[in-house]
Design a protein around this ligand. Structure first.
Ligand SMILES: [Zn+2]
Length: 321
């Protein structure tokens, strides 16, 4: 049994390492997109990833590595493999019996025998794939150069799931100023929503003829702050009883509005309006389905923090417990 394993290993090493002699003149013929921005590679990385070389067996970072996570492309960061599909083949290179669907492309090797594997996104060389060796039930071995990939633990890979909200409550400078620092808010942008003209300018919106309202786009982390909390805050920082105006700013573009993206947001906004009505407020806020939000000119973004001024039209007052 031991002898068999050793023999297999030797064969596999030969199988994997032969690419090292591929001459680099053929590289120009490979479909690699050089117009995109990719990670800068070291000469060693370039030798393998671009020139289709092979690192020496048992020298790479991952052939005996057992961490739980994703392996991404060294060149373009595309997710290629999962640690769940990694197995110990004894060949001296990381081995996987499956790939992330669509992430790895198989192409005939120049040697006319083997099947080369490359990153489907950037065309970077990964190694070769072998079938029918019986290592695992999938009967497939992706023999990958460690230097072509980068390990990222699962917990570092969980991207924050974000949600978005749109509110209009008069001059967008003040609304942004009072919402942007709320914990869980990741990004705010001021702009125009609810109108009928594409690419509206501030000047056009000011005429009150485009139908747009000055509004704020709030991107938030729903694990840290709820839509309901943000919507309540929105009602607490502007006078929602004024029709088509907010303090000194008069016109349809200064109307109070919640622009919802889904039924959940709609119901939340309606429930809040009901609570306010029950408290005796005459609510002028319109609740409408969001259409396209147009980002305002750069000089409107984060206006008060950039200028060091303070809002003239918005102030926080507590309404909800
Ligand atoms: Zn890639």
């Amino acid at each position: 049994m031991n002898k068999l394993l050793i023999l297999m290993s030797v064969l596999l090493i030969l199988g994997c390492s032969r690419t090292g002699t591929v001459n680099t003149a053929s590289v120009k013929n490979q479909q690699m997109d050089s117009t995109k921005k990719y990670n800068k590679l070291t000469p060693e990385e370039e030798y393998v990833i671009i020139n289709k070389g092979t690192e020496r067996a048992f020298t790479g970072e991952y052939y005996n590595f057992k961490g739980k996570g994703y392996y991404v492309c060294k060149r373009c960061d595309a997710k290629l493999y999962k640690s769940d599909d990694k197995f110990d083949s004894g060949c001296g290179w990381p081995s996987f019996d499956d790939e992330i669907p669509g992430a790895v492309k198989r192409i005939p090797d120049k040697d006319g025998m083997r099947t080369e594997i490359v990153c489907a996104n950037c065309g970077g060389h990964l190694g070769h794939v072998f079938l029918g060796e019986g290592f695992t039930s999938k009967d497939t071995r992706h023999c990958v150069n460690s230097i072509s990939i980068k390990f990222i633990p699962y917990d570092k890979m969980t991207e924050t799931k974000t949600d978005t909200a749109y509110f209009a409550g008069g001059c967008f400078w003040g609304v942004q100023y009072l919402i942007m620092n709320e914990p869980g808010v990741l990004k705010t942008t001021v702009g125009y929503i609810g109108g009928h003209k594409d690419n509206p300018t501030y000047k056009e919106v000011c005429t009150g003829t485009t139908g747009h309202a000055e509004a704020i786009e709030v991107v938030f982390d729903p694990a840290k702050v709820t839509y309901e909390k943000l919507a309540k805050l929105f009602f607490e920082i502007h006078d929602f009883t004024q029709v088509n105006r907010q303090g000194p700013d008069v016109g349809e573009q200064y109307r109070s509005g919640v622009f919802y993206l889904n039924d959940g947001q709609k119901k939340t906004a309606e429930d809040i309006v009901k609570v306010l009505s029950d408290k005796g407020y005459k609510v002028a806020t319109e609740i409408t389905k969001a259409n396209k939000f147009w980002k305002a000119e750069d000089y409107h973004q984060d206006y008060y923090n950039v200028t060091g001024k303070k809002p003239y039209c918005h102030v926080y007052r507590k309404i909800f417990d």
